[in-house]
Structure formats: structure tokens, C-alpha cells
Design a binder for this molecule. Structure first.
Ligand code: NAD
Ligand code: LMR
Length: 340
């Protein structure tokens, strides 16, 4: 009788923890750049989640140690680690989601575009490997400059004949996380119930918070709009300067990257109504890539929910963003056409 009671209790807890839809899918997630400032805490958060069955850690250094460390955590997710170029292809076998925080971060005085020369090649090489080994996988690109690395990965996929606009996602979640935090702080709101869409791209003026669409509805003075917008657009630089040469946001990015990946996985597992802002190929907008709220589904992007009703103030911000975005996108496309 005791055994039966214990077994029933086990299954009740088990079923509560892992929904049937989660059990139906075996999700294998790869983290490319897993030993880095973002890669390590991001991998820790992924290892803790019942949504991830297998975690594949890839980096050009230190992954064996990171993997051994994470593998002792008592969660069901199995960890495999791969190090160096020779193991790149193997690290991607059987993965359905690839998260990419590989690449150099900014130092004070640099723009994200200053990272292009190094990170463009890193992202293009990883995308090439994905195109060969796991062309069906969904790519979540964190590496900067995101405005260019998303077009770069897309062009690589096109060259290999495996492109799907539904599957290449630029992770802008940190902008939303910051906007929620700053608005909740300013207005004394419950941050867990505060939601601010951020559209456009992921650098300076291309980051466009839609404060008029904040939920719950809040009123801002012109001064508040100016200072909040500026702070959200420069929040990455705020961290870069505070770290004084030791890199850029890593912990808040790991939080944001994990939240984004969980949303992608939940939608893959069949959950309905999953929405996150993401920088993706755009239709009917002024640029060929643009971040908007996206409804995720079983194949990645289900549809863009668009930018909705915006104010004249926000329209002006978007006009400024569009000019810069166009240049960033062209630069990424040109790079792939010239080098690959
Ligand atoms: P980091 O230097 O701490 O880590 C980067 C890791 O990438 C290192 O472990 C390095 O060995 C690895 N790496 C380098 N070349 C590689 C390759 N060819 N293949 C695989 N791994 C490789 O940097 P970080 O702080 O983790 O930042 C990583 C990137 O994320 C930067 O480009 C940064 O600008 C970007 N970032 C983006 C956001 C965003 O919101 N999208 C936020 C923060 C940082
Ligand atoms: C951020 O927004 O924190 C990242 O894009 C890193 C950076 O360079 O600011």
C-alpha cells in the first residue's frame, strides 16, 4: 500500500511538472558560444528547464569544463559538450533550436556595428554548419550587431537552399525586459504585469519602444517619453560603461535569451498564443527586416502582429530607425555575397 501511494504521488507530481505536450517532443537545444559571459548563465537556465531534453554546448574553448559542471545538476536534461572547429558539425546533430551568443562584446566607446568585422564571420560560419547539419532548426541570434547578423545568417541559408524566414530570429528580448523594468520603476507598477513592446532593431536609434502601447496603460509627459526612450535605447551602453572594459550585458541577456528560447520551445510543443518581439524578415514594412511582436507556432514564426496603432512621436522614431536599419541590412547581405 505504501509503495502504491508513493508511486501515485510521484506520477501526480510528475504530470504536474511536465505537461503531456512537453513529453511528446524531445527538444534538443544547441548553445553556440556556450563558454562565454552569456553562454554560461544561459546554458544554466536552459539546463534547469523541463522544456529542454538535451543541451549541446559548443565553443572554441572551455566547453568541456562548462559541460562537466552543468551535467551534475539533477535535472532530466542531458548535456553534451563540443570544443573547437573540428566538433562544430557534430554539435549540431539532431538539434531543433540553436541559440547563438558567439562573438566578441563591446568595450566603452564602441558601437555594435564596430563588432561587425569579427562577428560577421563567426555567425556566417556557424550558420553554414547549421545549413549542412540541421537545416530545419530554429536560429535564435544574440551575437551583435543583430541588425546585420540576422540578414547574414539568412543569406547563408539562401545560398545553401534551406532558407525559411520563419526560422531565423534576432533576439531583442533584452530591450523589452529593460523597457518593462524602467517603466515599472518610474510609474510604481508591478513589473511582473508590465509589458512594453519594442520594435525596429537592436542598436541605438533603431531600438523603438512603443510606450503608448504599454500595458497597463500609463500616461507619460513629453519629458518622461524623451528620457525613457533614451534610456531604453542606451541601456546596453549603460552596462558596457559600468563594466568598464570587461564586456557587455551577460546576466540580464542570459535571462532574456532563456525567456525567448522557452517561448520558442513552448510554441514548438503546441502551446497557442505565444508572443515575443523578435527581429525577423518583414513583409509590407519599409525595411526587409524589422522587429515586431511575433506569434510563434510549431514551425517558428507563425505571423507578425505588426506595430499596431502608434503615435506621431513613435512614427518619427521609426523613421530614424529605418534609415539606419537599411544600411545595417545591406552591409550584412553584401558581406555574404562578397565573401561566401
Ligand atoms: P564573451 O566574449 O564573454 O563570450 C563569447 C563566446 O563566444 C566566448 O566564449 C568565445 O570563445 C566564443 N566564440 C568566439 N568565436 C567563436 C566561434 N567561432 N564559435 C563559437 N564560439 C565562439 O561575450 P558575451 O558577453 O557572451 O557576448 C556575446 C555576444 O552577444 C556579443 O556579440 C555581444 O555583443 C552580444 N550580445 C547581444 C545582446 C542582445 O541583446 N542581442 C545582449 C548582450 C550581448
Ligand atoms: C545589449 O543591448 O546589452 C547588447 O546588445 C550588448 C551591447 O553591446 O550593448
Amino acid at each position: 500500500h505504501l509503495l502504491k501511494t508513493a508511486r501515485n504521488k510521484f506520477y501526480t507530481n510528475f504530470n504536474k511538472k511536465f505537461s503531456v505536450s512537453q513529453l511528446a517532443n524531445a527538444n534538443k537545444v544547441a548553445v553556440m558560444g556556450a563558454s562565454g559571459g552569456i553562454g554560461q548563465p544561459l546554458s544554466l537556465l536552459l539546463k534547469q528547464s523541463p522544456l529542454v531534453d538535451q543541451l549541446s554546448l559548443y565553443d572554441i574553448q572551455h566547453t568541456k569544463g562548462v559541460g562537466a559542471d552543468l551535467s551534475h545538476i539533477e535535472t532530466k536534461c542531458k548535456v553534451q559538450s563540443y570544443v573547437g572547429q573540428d566538433q562544430l558539425l557534430e554539435s549540431l546533430e539532431g538539434v531543433n533550436v540553436v541559440v547563438i551568443p558567439a562573438g566578441v562584446p563591446r568595450k566603452p566607446g564602441m558601437t555594435r556595428d564596430d563588432l561587425f568585422n569579427v562577428n560577421a564571420t563567426i555567425v556566417a560560419d556557424i550558420a553554414t554548419a547549421i545549413a549542412k547539419v540541421s537545416p530545419e532548426a530554429i536560429l535564435c541570434i544574440i551575437s551583435n550587431p543583430v541588425n546585420s547578423t540576422v540578414p547574414i545568417a539568412s543569406e547563408i541559408m539562401k545560398k545553401h537552399g534551406v532558407y525559411s524566414s520563419k526560422k531565423i530570429l534576432g533576439v531583442t528580448t533584452l530591450d523589452i525586459v529593460r523597457a518593462n523594468t524602467f517603466v515599472a520603476e518610474l510609474k510604481g507598477l508591478d513589473v511582473t504585469k508590465t509589458s512594453v513592446p519594442v520594435v525596429g532593431g537592436h542598436s541605438g536609434n533603431t531600438i523603438v519602444p512603443l510606450l503608448s502601447q504599454a500595458s497597463p496603460t500609463v500616461q507619460f509627459t513629453k519629458e518622461e517619453l524623451d528620457s525613457l526612450t533614451k534610456r531604453i535605447q542606451n541601456a546596453g551602453t549603460e552596462v558596457v560603461e559600468a563594466k568598464a572594459g570587461a564586456g557587455s550585458a551577460t546576466l540580464s541577456m542570459a535571462f532574456a535569451g532563456a525567456r525567448f528560447t522557452f517561448s520558442v520551445l513552448e510554441a514548438l510543443n503546441g502551446k497557442q498564443g505565444v508572443v515575443e518581439c523578435a527581429y525577423v524578415a518583414a513583409e509590407g514594412l519599409e525595411t526587409s527586416y524589422f522587429a515586431t511582436p511575433i506569434l510563434f507556432g510549431k514551425h517558428g514564426v507563425e505571423k507578425s502582429l505588426g506595430i499596431g496603432k502608434i503615435t506621431d512621436y513613435e512614427q518619427q522614431l521609426i523613421q530614424t530607425a529605418v534609415k539606419e536599419l537599411k544600411g545595417n541590412i545591406e552591409k550584412g547581405i553584401k558581406f555574404v555575397n562578397e565573401v561566401y
